[in-house]
Design a protein. Structure first.
Length: 469
């Protein structure tokens, strides 16, 4: 048994990160024969991509995917810790699985992984109260899944293997991509920013950039396989390369990825601190780098930003924002937290001022959720939940107005859309524009997986309507 330990997780050592290759566990190779699996994913794209790795490893061991969780022999919950409601959702699901195991499927094997598995308190709770969970593994030992499964299937005991410190970068983990034309590519793991509210630096470990040659090899293979879009993933992609003190930075990587000829390049998430002018130049230079930037601001009050440990002021954010707006046709989205400890009405009004200035094209807004072990958990918080909910409501009302405004400007234009598939709207297709706006449109089913021209006919707050040209 290897349990998570926050003291270890917090440490940042100078130890060099090495590369190792994934090796399949030969003893586990037939473990999944005649068995099905279902992986339920919570949280961000990083987790979605981890699930693509988990599914491929399971299939190497003979398991077959089952879309209906209630019918699967093995269920894995890939969890998220970012806010309390993500926690609650996963624990709620565990309750359902317990019932399933007791009532209908006694042999059901249940596993938990992802960010919650890295939390000391969660794992202690699972050991005490959720004994029906068969195994737990963390974000740093994803590649060990075949070994953990071997043990879980052999022993009747709960198997827990969570490394608290990040290990090496493991290359060559198999991947079962959810899409045949859009792919996630990790460019870095972990985060060293330690924003005071955020649990990610604890659950995902120190920043480790992948070797550029491995990234470029992966992207080139995707191009060969007919992929149209890659999204370069990391908690703080702009800091790419800073951990190995290389002169090869995000702007160089972005340029080299664009040069592979892939039709669309996206990247997320960006921290304003590391966004360089060189990056902006590269985005402008290559038409296949999508003019869509996610730039979380978190607050419009410099006082709150300081307490959040964000390393920029409101004015510095706006200066960067203005530079980004010089990218032709750019759309800029953001994340905002309301109700951070000590945020008063005047701080909140500064956030509204910033939103009124930036007129974001899209945003994710949250009420501050204290996370165990982070500095902000201990900050004095005088604002009531009711006040926070009112702030969120007010903020969303204003933001929604701008989303609609930004969408309305597109009516009548012809845009490039990478077609994802059938829309939830009857008989329509859906996809995303270069500026990352969702569009539902009437068109040819054969265009799924292709980039086509679509005329925008109507605008809603969160989506566009259109017809294929
Ligand atoms: N409470 C509320 N929102 C949070 N986020 C991260 N940590 C917290 C927290 N403790 C938000 C930030 C981040 C996004 C991914 O989640 O806005 O950018
Ligand atoms: Fe969390 Fe800040 Fe790192 Fe983003 S940059 S993952 S908000 S610590």
């Amino acid at each position: 048994m290897q349990l998570p330990d926050y003291k270890e997780a917090r440490k940042r050592t100078r130890e060099e990160i090495k590369k190792e290759n994934y090796v399949i566990n030969q003893n586990a190779i037939n473990i999944g024969l005649n068995k099905t699996y279902h992986v339920k994913t919570y949280g961000c794209q990083m987790n979605e991509h981890d699930t693509e790795n988990i599914e491929a490893m399971l299939e190497q061991l003979g398991f077959v995917k089952e879309d209906n969780q209630d019918k699967a022999d093995l269920v894995i919950l890939n969890t998220c810790s970012i806010r309390e409601n993500a926690h609650n959702k996963a624990f709620g699901m565990l309750g359902r699985l317990k019932h399933l195991k007791e009532e209908t499927n006694k042999d059901l094997v249940i596993g938990i992984c992802g960010c919650m598995a890295q939390e000391e308190k969660v794992v202690n709770e699972i050991m005490k109260k959720y004994k029906f969970v068969n195994f737990v593994f963390g974000t740093h030992n994803l590649h060990r899944l075949p070994y953990i499964l071997e043990e879980a299937f052999k022993s009747k005991k709960q198997v827990i293997e969570v490394f608290s410190k990040e290990g090496n970068i493991v290359e060559g983990i198999p991947v079962r991509r959810a899409s045949k034309f859009k792919a996630y590519v990790n460019i870095m793991y972990g985060c060293d920013k330690f924003c005071t509210y955020c649990i990610v630096p604890y659950t995902r470990g120190k920043q480790r950039s992948r070797d550029k040659d491995d990234i470029l090899r992966e992207v080139k293979k995707l191009v060969e396989d007919g992929y149209k879009e890659v999204t370069l993933l990391g908690q703080n992609v702009n800091a790419y390369g800073k951990d190995f003190n290389s002169s090869y930075k995000m702007e160089n990587l972005l340029e080299d990825v664009a040069k592979t000829g892939i039709e669309r390049v996206r990247f997320m998430t960006s921290h304003p601190w590391d966004f360089t002018d060189e990056m902006i130049d590269v985005i402008k230079k290559y038409p296949n780098i999508m003019p869509s930037i996610h730039l979380p601001v978190q607050s419009g009050s410099s006082k709150v930003l300081k307490l959040m440990g964000r390393r920029y002021t409101k004015e510095e954010y706006i200066t960067l924002f203005d530079k980004l707006r010089t990218i032709p046709n750019v759309s800029i989205s953001t994340d905002i937290i309301v109700g951070f400890p000590s945020e008063d009405e005047s701080d909140f009004n500064e956030t509204l001022d910033l939103v009124n200035y930036c007129k974001f094209d899209n945003a994710y807004t949250f009420i501050f959720s204290p996370r165990e072990g982070t500095p902000a958990e201990k900050f004095k918080d005088m604002t009531t939940l009711h006040e926070k909910e009112e702030r969120l409501y007010k903020l969303n009302e204003i933001m929604n107005k701008y989303f609609l405004e930004s969408n309305k400007k597109m009516v009548g234009k012809v845009v490039d859309v990478l077609v994802d598939g059938q829309s939830e709207k009857d008989g329509m297709l859906c996809g995303y524009t270069d500026t990352n706006k969702l569009i539902n449109f009437t068109g040819d089913v054969d265009s799924i997986g292709k980039i086509v021209k679509v005329e925008v006919t109507d605008a809603k707050t969160w989506s566009l309507d259109g017809k294929q040209k």
